[in-house]
Design a protein around this ligand. Structure first.
Ligand code: GDP
Ligand code: IMO
Ligand code: MG
Length: 452
């Protein structure tokens, strides 16, 4: 291999979520972005909500990579993202109004567009699943449930991409000659299913939707590029790219708790298809995990703390202390003890090279904290995760109990300053997952982070 071959070395990094999303990926991306030249999103869409807090100022990013707060970095929305142009414009305007220079933003011409009818379809499917669930209430054999999507049109937009004929990509928004036909094909396939939905006339009006799409195209035109060439040329020039995942590995369409997952590949496996940069350029994979578990929407969660008894009270306390309400939808997040069976599995799927542990501060004040190390099912114990909702629903968590810590750790500057019980908790995680905890986060702010 020649000296200059881009396969030499693996200069890029990835930040991925090892749980069900909201692990604090935005904060970690913001933290390590300075070591990189560009930050690229490769999956998901406006279902994501990534928070970055700098000197008390909170930024909530949905489509724009969290590296945008550094004016010298490129912020690239890759082809694997499903793009809602209205949400993107809202986000750009929001950043500009707060004095953030968004001129480094670039959008792939091959990213698929979330169209108005995709959002209507998402809502219609969820409503219909909910009605089916209610109709079967009391039937213990039924697993029917709404997914609890963000209703941002994510699943229908990815489905359209795979169905092809009526799909609209960002590049198509710039082509008034071919765009109307694509929209017409898409609408024709949806008319029957959406006809009775509220607001259907609007999203099924070809002329209106086409006008909206052309306007969106004009607004986005200056940002559009072939990002596969852009990113690969950066790598060839010796630059470093940071890939930012949306959602979480346990929501990955292939490796998550199917069918209660999102529509994309959230693990590092999504980087190749979602950007065109071969995954072997990624040498460092930081898996972000909370010190406990959360989940939004339906689906199994073996360590969930719920119910009228003490478990539910602990869950409520963690939810309140951790402000566990969705960045995108505001929904209360389901809360549970740390599930190391799940985290170990997610680290394996991603080939994680290091961990970033967030929300450690939230666990302060508990007499004891628990960690799930095995699952029990049919009287047998196993340390294997079960990425299928029916089988995972049947397991019982096996816990290891730790002494809690009462001290407020949110001002700690290094691991040495943490109470001994907190250090023991971190070391246990490192041993169980088999990789080092490189970053410990003890509060939302950029400054509330330790790397030593
Ligand atoms: P993401 O989707 O993975 O980027 O995570 P979100 O931003 O949706 O959710 C994480 C939430 O926790 C945000 O409100 C962050 O500001 C906050 N956060 C991040 N790290 C910490 C931490 O270590 N402690 C506390 N208390 N909050 C944190
Ligand atoms: P970030 O990037 C938490 C969940 C939804 C739902 C399921 C499918 O902020 O971590 P979708 O709208 O994608 O079809 O919903 O996935 N979900 C997330 N949960 N954080 C996210 O993103 C999520 N993105 C999707 O709640 O259960
Ligand atoms: Mg989030």
């Amino acid at each position: 291999m020649s000296e200059n071959h881009p396969n030499r070395g693996s200069p890029c990094s990835a930040v991925v979520g090892l749980q069900w999303g909201d692990e604090g990926k935005g904060k970690i991306v913001d933290l390590i972005a300075p070591e990189h030249d560009a930050v690229a999103r490769y999956n998901g869409g406006a279902n994501a909500g990534h928070s970055v807090v700098v000197k008390g100022q909170r930024f909530s990013l949905h489509l724009i990579p969290s590296g945008i707060l550094y004016p010298s970095k490129l912020a690239v929305i890759g082809n694997g993202v499903v793009l809602d142009p209205d949400k993107l414009q809202e986000e750009i305007d929001g950043l500009r109004s707060r004095g953030i220079d968004a001129s480094g933003l670039i959008v792939s011409s091959r990213a698929h567009v979330v169209m108005p009818y995709h959002k209507a379809e998402d809502a219609a499917r969820e409503d219909s699943l909910k009605n089916e669930r209610l109709a079967r209430e009391g039937d213990q054999t039924s697993a029917v449930s709404e997914i609890g999507t963000t209703r941002r049109g994510i699943g229908p937009a990815y489905a359209e991409k795979v169905q092809r004929a009526g799909a609209v990509r960002v590049g198509d928004l710039l082509d008034p000659a071919s765009l109307p036909e694509k929209i017409s094909i898409a609408i024709a396939t949806k008319r029957a299913a959406l006809a009775d939905q509220p607001g259907a006339a609007e999203v099924l009006d070809e002329a209106k939707v086409t006008q909206w799409a052309l306007r969106a195209g004009e607004a986005i035109r200056p940002l559009v590029q072939d990002t596969a060439y852009l990113l690969n040329n950066l790598v060839r020039a010796g630059k470093k790219i940071l890939f930012e995942s949306a959602n979480g590995t346990l929501l990955d369409v292939d490796h998550g708790t199917y069918p209660f997952v999102t529509g994309s590949s959230c693990s590092v496996g999504g980087i190749g298809p979602g950007t065109g940069v071969p995954v072997q350029r990624v040498g460092r994979v930081i898996g972000v995990m909370k010190a406990y578990s959360t989940r939004v929407g339906s689906g199994p969660m073996p360590t969930e703390l719920v119910g009228p008894g003490p478990d539910g009270q602990i869950g409520d306390r963690i939810r309140t202390r951790g402000r566990e309400f969705g960045t995108t939808t505001g929904r209360p997040r389901r809360v549970g003890w740390l599930d190391l069976v799940a985290v170990r599995y997610a680290a394996m799927i991603n080939g994680a090279t290091g961990l970033a542990l967030t929300m450690l501060d939230v666990l302060a004040g508990f007499d004891s904290v628990r960690v799930c190390t095995k699952y029990e099912s049919d009287g047998k114990q196993s340390d294997r995760f079960l990425p299928d909702s029916a089988t995972l629903s049947a397991v019982r968590p096996v816990y290891t109990e730790f002494q809690g810590f009462s001290e407020d750790v949110s001002a700690a500057k290094s691991r040495r300053e943490l109470p001994v019980q907190a250090r023991a908790y971190i070391e246990f995680i490192e041993q169980a997952v088999g990789i080092p905890v490189e970053i410990v986060s003890v509060g939302p702010d950029r400054a509330q982070t330790m790397t030593t």
